[in-house]
Design a binder for this molecule. Structure first.
Ligand SMILES: Cc1ncc(COP(=O)(O)O)c(C=O)c1O
Length: 385
């Protein structure tokens, strides 16, 4: 059943359990068909109240900070696949204790920490940490520079000229992440570029982590091609393949419920002020930027229909989105539901302006609503002093 918003508080992120399970089932079928491991990238989706559900389908997760590592340990019961662009000395021992795989972003970071990893592995024969290095294949089809890790000057991964004929001693894995909401045709071209530059080193590796950006749960994604590509590279180089998507797992699994607080005329433009903020609660909409869909609204203004700019609740002049048209004029108190607000949106929220964070809830598979958490003054106060 579709979510019944009648008794759901506002503002609130609402995750639809059945939709999450549908995505996870598809992803699980891909990992089984391709013979690879698919793990969750926490940076896109860290709603740990549903990690037990994720764990029914996926066998691990990847972290990009010590806090994400802890969430994986605590709520998935696994050690993390860890990739942090630069490790912090004071955290490194804890990172070692809590990780099964450790990917270094640069060779200098690897050389700085390799003895500590070696010492850990010597002391813990039954908890070996496998080390990888992130490479930059200098090929990405991501158009927005903000999300393109291959632009000149990118700090993300080492280019081929930095390596000799062999992988540095002790490095078992190669990691690349150059996709963002891409199809498997992009992956095919990316692998061609990777092989052209790093083919000799792939023969020496035990695993290849193909990063995230594989949007296999989007309608129209060519899954057969993905399966074919993974199988082929696995067999050709005799290595384990790992994929670490984030978006694909939480893609279109839920919404952000809001309400109209006020309506004003601003020099001929109708503005609806909401109890959510684009800057604080949906910052990716301003960052990317993209225009989120609102259930039941016309995504583009329609001549002759009531049309509104959506105003966020902070004082930032740019905290608005629009315009949208509606079949009926909006009223104060009306509920507006923003679509596809789970991946990246939820993890990026802030309390800028002192605004409360939206609550978090789950529309459960049995068609009941579970309110997981609400936030107030303490949350705002706690990250300041
Ligand atoms: C290293 C790495 N792995 C995985 C991901 C997840 O990517 P996505 O959520 O697009 O699948 C990202 C996203 O930025 C990333 O940087």
């Amino acid at each position: 059943m579709a979510i019944d918003y009648t008794h759901i508080p506002s503002p609130c992120f609402v995750l639809d359990e059945s939709l999450l399970r549908k995505n996870l089932e598809l992803i699980d079928s891909v990992q089984k068909a391709a013979g690879c491991r698919i793990i969750l990238a926490l940076k896109a989706f860290s709603m740990y109240s549903v990690f037990p559900i994720v764990g029914e389908y996926l066998s691990g997760a990847t972290a990009s900070s010590l806090n994400e590592i802890k969430l994986i340990n605590d709520f998935m019961g696994h050690k993390a696949h860890t990739y942090i662009p630069a490790y912090v000395d004071s955290e490194f021992e804890e990172v070692l204790e809590r990780s099964s795989h450790l990917t270094f972003n640069t060779l200098s970071q690897y050389h700085r920490y390799k003895d500590r990893v070696g010492a850990w592995n010597e002391k813990h024969p039954d908890q070996q940490i496998s080390v990888g290095i992130r490479v930059n294949p200098q090929y990405s089809e991501v158009e927005a520079d903000m999300y393109n890790p291959c632009v000149p000057g990118s700090r993300l991964g080492e280019t081929r000229d930095k390596f000799g004929d062999t992988l540095p001693e002790g490095v078992e894995g190669i990691h690349f992440h150059t996709l963002c909401e891409n199809g498997s045709d992009t992956l095919e071209r990316t692998l061609e570029a990777l092989e052209a530059k790093f083919g000799d080193l792939l023969h020496q590796a035990r695993w290849l982590n193909m990063g995230g950006g594989h949007l296999m749960t989007r309608e129209g994604y060519d899954i057969d091609r993905l399966v074919r590509l993974v199988k082929a590279i696995r067999e050709k180089y005799d290595l384990e393949v790992i994929l670490e998507p984030g978006s694909a797992i939480a893609w279109r699994t839920g919404t952000l419920v809001s309400n109209v607080l006020d309506i004003m005329d601003s020099q001929g433009i109708q503005v609806a002020i909401l109890n959510v903020s684009f800057a604080a609660h949906m910052p990716d909409t301003l960052e990317m930027p993209y225009k989120p869909r609102i259930e039941g609204a016309h995504h583009e203004p329609v001549a002759g229909k009531p049309t509104y700019r959506m105003g966020g609740m902070t004082c930032l002049a740019g905290d608005f989105m629009g315009d949208y048209s509606f079949d009926e004029p909006l009223q104060v108190g009306d509920r507006l539901v923003f679509e596809d607000m789970i991946h990246y949106t939820m993890v990026k929220t802030t309390t800028f302006n002192g605004v409360n964070l939206p609550s978090i809830g789950i529309w459960q598979a049995n068609d009941t609503f579970r309110l997981v958490r609400t936030y107030g003054y303490e949350t705002f106060k706690d990250h300041l002093s």
